[in-house]
Design a binder for this molecule. Structure first.
Ligand SMILES: NC(=O)c1ccc[n+]([C@@H]2O[C@H](COP(=O)([O-])OP(=O)(O)OC[C@H]3O[C@@H](n4cnc5c(N)ncnc54)[C@H](O)[C@@H]3O)[C@@H](O)[C@H]2O)c1
Length: 338
């Protein structure tokens, strides 16, 4: 593969460790890398991921799942030693989990990243770190660009623990790169959506699609005027794999996201229309869902000029295609359960 005329640096197959490889994004990344001839070890504690996500890979000769936690040095270090590149996706994810289990969020996200980076330093391996658009905090100057200044909410509000943990991960990764020469790349994912995603942990699109398929009300948090842009997971993992292959990306931070900005109320309406569902959107106050003092951002829109210039990457899959693929995968998993 060449990107914008730049030669792929991976002319030979590589060995990858994907932490969180049984998760939503991880399972798609495993699939893509295997399809390109690489070998993959997935490390996952199956807390929010599942073996169902990687069922299709279970008999692949170049794939292996290790069940365990990224916070355990005795598990992480030998796995990092075994591979060429680590893509560190494992984290406590989702707004609900963060509000309900702040200690676990902080421990997994900070301690886990520390273990991965420490092992990568010892064994001289490349690390790609998954961060989040959450690190843009309460920023209002959209689109968000990688070097923007950020303001987070107060520590008394749990919701910001996730953003702060990802920010600390980024600082750690960039510090390992500067101080020890560990090759790291940080990518900040904006709302990533698509097949196999579950609405169980507060993700909006799979929740809407599942509600529409069950002909239930679509619960829109707040007044629905908050906007987001969505990127299909199959586009996002193409970007991650491109970053892994590009020497120029090392030591830098990249946004990965979609370009179309849409209000959450419009998103609900689009889902019901597209799935020909009789469901209706209903507004639910944030306080009812996440308790008092919950902050949400009005807009979250990525500036994608850096990743475009570096990889020539563009998202290709439309929101309509994503909704179709997601509804098909939710239907299949519902059939599998019944
Ligand atoms: N989906 C999005 O829109 C989005 C947006 C921004 C950032 N991200 C980041 O992308 C990464 C992947 O998220 P996802 O959406 O695929 O969620 P996910 O929950 O499906 O994936 C996370 C995976 O990590 C595993 N995990 C959690 N704690 C672990 C631990 N201590 N040890 C080993 N495995 C552990 C989970 O079981 C799961 O398989 C995360 O780092 C997340 O913060 C995702």
């Amino acid at each position: 593969m060449t990107t914008k005329g730049r030669k792929d640096t991976f002319e030979e197959p590589r060995n990858f460790l994907i932490t969180g490889g049984a998760g939503f994004i991880g399972s798609h990344l495993c699939e893509l890398l295997l399809s390109r001839g690489h070998s993959v070890v997935a490390l996952d504690d199956l807390s929010t991921g599942s073996t169902a996500n990687i069922k299709a890979l279970s008999n692949h000769q170049e794939f292996r799942l290790v069940e365990g936690s990224i916070v355990e040095e005795s598990i992480v270090t030998p796995l990092v030693e075994e591979v060429d590149v680590v893509v560190h996706l494992a984290a406590a994810v989702g707004v609900r989990l963060i509000v309900e289990q702040p200690v676990q969020t902080l421990e997994s996200n900070v301690l886990g990243t520390f273990q991965v980076l420490k092992a990568a330093r010892i064994h001289g391996k490349k690390v790609l770190l998954a961060s989040s658009s959450e690190v843009y905090g309460e920023g209002t100057r959209v689109p968000f660009s990688e070097d923007d200044r950020v303001v987070l909410g107060p520590t008394s509000r749990n919701r910001w623990a996730y953003a702060a943990s990802k920010m600390l991960d980024e600082f750690l990764a960039l510090a390992y790169c500067r101080e020890f020469g560990t090759p790291v790349v940080v990518f900040r994912l904006f709302n990533t959506v698509g097949p196999r995603q579950t609405g169980e942990y507060g993700m909006v699109l799979p929740r809407f699609v599942a509600q529409a398929l069950r002909s239930e009300d679509l619960t829109v948090h707040g007044d629905g005027t908050q906007t987001r842009s969505f990127c299909d997971v199959r586009d996002a993992v193409r970007a991650i794999s491109g970053l892994a292959e590009t020497a120029e990306a090392v030591g830098r931070v990249f946004n990965i996201g979609g370009t179309e900005e849409i209000t959450i109320l419009e998103l609900a309406q689009r889902v019901t229309r597209q799935l020909a569902s009789s469901s209706k959107p209903v507004l639910v106050p944030y306080s009812q869902v996440y308790g008092p003092d919950f902050d949400d951002m009005l807009r979250r829109q990525p500036d994608l000029s850096r990743i475009r210039a570096t990889l020539g990457w563009e998202a290709r899959i439309s929101l309509e295609e994503t909704i179709d693929a997601l509804s098909e995968s939710i239907r299949q998993s519902q059939q599998g359960r019944s």
